[in-house]
Design a protein around this ligand. Sequence first.
Ligand SMILES: Nc1ncnc2c1ncn2[C@@H]1O[C@H](COP(=O)(O)OP(=O)(O)O)[C@@H](O)[C@H]1O
Ligand SMILES: [Mg+2]
Length: 325
Amino acid sequence: MILQVLIIISIALQLVAAVVAIRLTRVTKYNISWLLFTLGLVLMCMIRLSEYIYVVGGREWHLPPHFMAWVGVVTSLCFAVGMFYVGKIIHSTRRLNYQRKLTERRILTTVLRTEETERLNFSKELHDGLGPLLSSARMSLGELAKNCSSKEDAELIANTTYVIDEAIRSIREISNKLSPHTLNSFGLSRAVSNFVNKTISINPNRNVEIRFDTNLKTERFDPNVEVILYRVIGELINNSMKHSGATLLTLGLTYADDTVTIDYSDNGKGFDTAAVLDTGMGLSNITSRIQSLKGTVEITSERGKGMSAHISVNVGHSDERRQKL
Ligand SMILES: Nc1ncnc2c1ncn2[C@@H]1O[C@H](COP(=O)(O)OP(=O)(O)O)[C@@H](O)[C@H]1O
Ligand SMILES: [Mg+2]
């Protein structure tokens, strides 16, 4: 009795597996593999069925051994060829994944490039368009001031001049933030150095030291690489200034063997890297920007123990021609 139940269970399971296999034909490429599995499973069901009949009906219901052996061979063949095609399915899935990743990276690079080009255009418009207009307005006011006799008018002119000066300064600042002129003209090392000095100077009351160390001199890289590394460093420093309460930030920028490496750390309050993934765009932008350059990012932190980031990007040879710009 137990034997009969066991055979029925195995027949039921094989039929379920056959139904699953036939359903998969609609889902994947090389659906012949699933048809072969279905056939193999149906044949196995038949073998189990003959066993059941043998157990129930006795020896006279026994099918010829040769026939059973052939059914066994055909079943095994179905599974073997089926497996071969499953291998092909896996291979083609891998290839598709690889192509998808490549396309994603290309899209990301294009988006980042377009963003930077737009920033550059906007920055130029501000700097070269609005800047000179304000400067000439200021000059006219200067002329007006020379011929001004009344005290009130002189005060008004002085105030307006002050406002225009502020506007010019803030346009310069915005334009520089949109697309750092130092980066475009002198390269990464000088731009980062300027950024570090500026960060310190706009936080004069805070007791923060930034140690910046680099072996980069005037080397120039692909503008896309330079701007991405600059923005990433900017985000790391801004995060430390904004969130960490750190007193010491250390930044190492090394160029060796065609690779630029950023070693960054702060001694602030640290954070749970897994928990902040959805908090802001900064950290995820760092990862996606570096991934668009096929680089690697490793950000580690623990509450109370500061944070550190290790980033490396293969940038190829530095461009000697651009050094002379
Ligand atoms: N250096 C740091 N020290 C402490 N906390 C940090 C640091 N960098 C990031 N964080 C934490 O990670 C969160 C996400 O950072 P980020 O993605 O840059 O977004 P945002 O700066 O806009 O908040 C921050 O809100 C902060 O809680
Ligand atoms: Mg941030």
